[in-house]
Design a protein around this ligand. Structure first.
Ligand SMILES: Nc1ncnc2c1ncn2[C@@H]1O[C@H](COP(=O)(O)OP(=O)(O)OP(=O)(O)O)[C@@H](O)[C@H]1O
Length: 644
């Protein structure tokens, strides 16, 4: 059937359950065989009644019919148990595989795919695939087996009558193929739109504060209603096909029934077949009708499953652009606890969406025809960036908004790879290192800190050695001294929290390090979140620490205290601090001033000041802004004092 090729991808997921699947299918065939014996027994019963046979014989037939019904029913029960369980297991395995894939995918992938789209595939499409993997297979086999048994008995009763009754069924394959293709396409359209709706809902829920602050509730509701209306329209288009399919199949079966009554009635009158055979034949034909209708439904399920499996396949097939080399080079032992970081004439631009850049396709991940045309000149975010930072040194990166500070930092853990030049750690190009080994060296505090809905202790201890085995045993900070947890883990968390100036805040939380954060727990302020993210990066005692404007939400006083603490704590480690505030980087061993992705000045604080160029101008502007701010604060304080 057209469009079903995507279902081949289900085979590896079904393979582990082949035994159970086979058992389930044997049960399907067995239950269908019992079901088809019943009309045959009925034929016998009717004929014996018509012939005036003794009651005992009639009762014997009735007993056999009852037995066949019970046996068929019991087998049907077990077949459902077995096959539905298989489909649930398959669904579980695909979901697992999907999640495992999603967590390995990198920044370029998530720049192309919207969260709502991924969620839609992981839920709705997965359900459609489960229906194809379980119920559809079950009904297909049931249909074929039930139909074959019914046909065999019909042929035994009268071959010519059977031929006439099933004649209208020659139209069946045409209807199935034509409607099947249309169902596939329309279902795909429905699912695609569902992705749009999920994205909209997800963005609105995540940004509900913005929606409310800008009083956009009504217009957002209207936009969602419009999406809903389109979803309804597409579903109605699909429903219309179902509306055509089922009656078409019933019509074919109905035509068969007309033949049976017309021709079969004549045969009974002429004595060619018995009344019992006529009754049984009618029931067999009805038994064929159900499979015919079921066949329409099965076609539908397979087509939906195939469309959804293809959509899931796009996610399962996605590969990160950045990966480990086949033969990674090991890093040499670290000197003084840090690593030397070198940028050699680095040029970088973000992958261009829809241009096939870095092997990318369209946002949906499908390579589009346009993806193969040569891209327009990329917008370089970094160009000709070179520096050589000795192990244990601190690099400060300053520059205006959008000058490329984040991009520079992102290249160190290989969130992206540069298109020009190379980045090296202790003289080894990053591309030659094992990705996990590289990232173990690095503590990265991104601009936007993300904390999980977990205890603050587990948030800080995230990714600590052993954390993968049993999360609950890892970061119960209070228990470390009793030896109940891995030695040193709790200490590392407490130490990191203290360096990040978070220790006191944690002590004031209702359950200390065991306080749950997030939706179900306590919410931290922006600055506290940043400090928790900093503590998380420090707890692993990385050799290279990257801070991307990581203290922007912290006041200058706390920032100074944190930086002082960091200097001692990170003694010997290599640090890169990107900041729009000069106060955060003035003590760095080397400072880069970025402008539109190029290094326009570099040197130590004093040297840069003496040069009286961009850096000095930036500092003067910031000092002026700080002075105005503190004057305003003083004025406010005075006004408040006068008011009191
Ligand atoms: N995922 C992305 N795809 C395409 N362009 C991007 C992407 N992220 C950032 N950019 C662009 O790259 C440029 C550099 O961005 P970057 O985030 O490195 O600047 P920044 O110096 O860190 O700015 P800020 O101080 O605001 O954090 C900006 O012009 C930005 O618009």
């Amino acid at each position: 059937m057209p469009g079903l090729r995507a279902l081949r991808r289900l085979v590896p997921f079904l393979r582990p359950y082949a035994g159970r699947m086979a058992l389930g299918l044997v049960l399907v065939v067995a239950s269908a065989s019992f079901g088809s014996v019943i009309p045959w027994l009925l034929r016998e019963g009717v004929d014996e009644l018509t012939a005036g046979a003794p009651t005992a014989r009639v009762l014997r037939v009735a007993g056999l019919m009852l037995g066949a019904s019970v046996a068929g029913g019991a087998l049907r029960f077990f077949m459902r148990q077995v096959l539905n369980a298989v489909s649930r297991h398959v669904e579980y395995d695909i979901r697992d595989a999907l999640f495992a894939r999603l967590v390995t995918l990198d920044a370029p992938f998530y720049a192309r795919w919207r969260t709502g789209e991924i969620m839609a595939r992981a839920t709705n499409d997965l359900s459609a695939v489960r229906m194809a993997a379980g119920p559809a297979i079950m009904y297909l086999v049931n249909t074929v087996a039930g139909g074959a048994f019914a046909l065999a008995f019909m042929l035994r009763i009268d071959a010519r009558l059977t031929g006439l009754a099933v004649l209208p069924m020659v139209a069946l394959p045409f209807i199935t193929v034509r409607l099947g293709r249309a169902i596939h396409d329309r279902f795909e359209a429905v699912q695609e739109h569902f992705g749009e709706m999920t994205t909209r809902a997800q963005e609105n829920l995540a940004g509900v504060r913005v929606v409310r602050a800008y009083r956009q509730e009504a217009s957002e509701s209207a936009r969602f209603a419009a999406l809903g209306a389109e979803y309804l329209t597409r579903n109605m288009a699909l429903a219309r096909l179902n509306g055509v399919m089922n009656p078409s199949f019933s019509l074919i079966a109905g035509l068969g029934a007309v033949v049976v009554i017309g021709v079969g009635g004549g045969l009974v009158l002429r004595g060619a077949i018995t009344v019992g055979a006529f009754v049984a034949f009618g029931i067999y034909l009805a038994m064929l009708t159900w499979p015919l209708i079921a066949l329409g439904w099965v076609t539908n399920l397979f087509q939906r499953g195939a469309a959804s499996m293809a959509r899931l396949g796009e996610l399962l097939d996605a590969r990160p652009d950045v990966s480990s080399p086949e033969r990674p080079i090991a890093l040499p032992p670290a000197a003084r606890g840090g690593r030397r970081l070198t940028f050699r004439d680095v040029g970088f631009h973000f992958p261009q969406v829809g241009t096939g850049d870095a092997g990318l396709g369209t946002r949906e991940g499908r390579p589009s025809p346009e993806s193969r045309v040569p891209s327009s000149e990329p917008r370089w975010v970094l160009r000709h960036v070179s520096f050589d930072l000795p192990a244990g040194a601190t690099l400060g990166v300053v520059g205006a908004v959008g000058s490329g500070k984040t991009a520079l930092i992102d290249l160190v853990p290989r969130l992206y790879d540069p298109q020009e030049g190379e980045v090296l750690l202790d003289g080894v190009p990053l591309r030659d290192l094992d990705l996990a080994a590289l990232r173990r060296e690095i503590g990265y505090v991104p601009q936007e800190s993300l904390l999980f809905s977990e205890t603050i202790g587990r948030n800080i201890g995230y990714g600590l050695e052993g954390g993968r085995e049993e999360p609950t045993s890892v970061v119960r900070v209070e228990e470390t001294t009793s030896g109940a947890t891995e030695p040193g883990t709790g200490d590392a968390i407490r130490w990191a929290a203290d360096v990040a100036q978070l220790g006191e805040t944690v002590a004031e939380l209702p359950a200390g390090y065991e306080t749950i954060l997030g939706e179900r727990g306590v919410n931290l302020s922006g600055g506290q979140k940043q400090r928790a993210a900093l503590a998380r990066a420090l707890a692993r005692r990385p050799r290279v620490v990257l801070l991307d404007d990581a203290l922007s939400a912290v006041d200058t006083h706390t920032e100074a205290a944190i930086l002082r603490g960091l200097r001692t704590a990170l003694e010997g480690r290599t640090t890169v601090i990107a900041s729009h505030r000069i106060s955060a980087i003035r003590d760095a061993s080397w400072i880069l001033v970025l402008d539109d992705g190029r290094v326009v000045e570099q040197g130590r604080h004093e040297e840069l000041l003496a040069r009286d160029g961009r850096y000095a101008a930036l500092l003067r502007r910031q000092q002026l802004a700080d002075a105005i701010e503190s004057d305003e604060e003083d004025a406010e304080d005075e006004a408040a004092a006068a008011g009191a």
